[in-house]
Design a protein. Structure first.
Length: 96
């Protein structure tokens, strides 16, 4: 018979640490990706709408149209990024 102390018990945490780090890295990368895409979208459409309103003296219609384009862009950007995340992590990877 073998002693209980002689049996090797599985170590905890050593095999999951690289996965945890890479998952955190992917999450941070996704947040950065969302942030700069949404930021550029807001700047372009609101600035463009305001510039067109000033040029054609139509305030606030082009700005409102820019705002509506921002909302549509936000939805498309978030869906595009969610499709890259595996379904097991809350994403939409296998949705076409």
């Amino acid at each position: 018979m073998t002693k209980a102390a002689d049996k090797k018990l599985p170590t905890t945490g050593t095999k999951t640490e690289p996965n945890a780090v890479s998952a955190a890295g992917r999450f941070g990368g996704a947040l950065f990706d969302i942030g700069w895409r949404l930021g550029i979208t807001v700047i372009v459409f609101l600035w463009g709408g305001n510039a067109l309103d000033e040029k054609f003296d139509t305030k606030p219609w082009f700005t409102v149209a820019g705002f509506l384009l921002i909302i549509v862009s936000f939805v498309l950007i978030v869906l595009q990024i969610l499709r890259k995340i595996p379904r097991s992590q809350g994403g939409l990877e296998d949705v076409k």
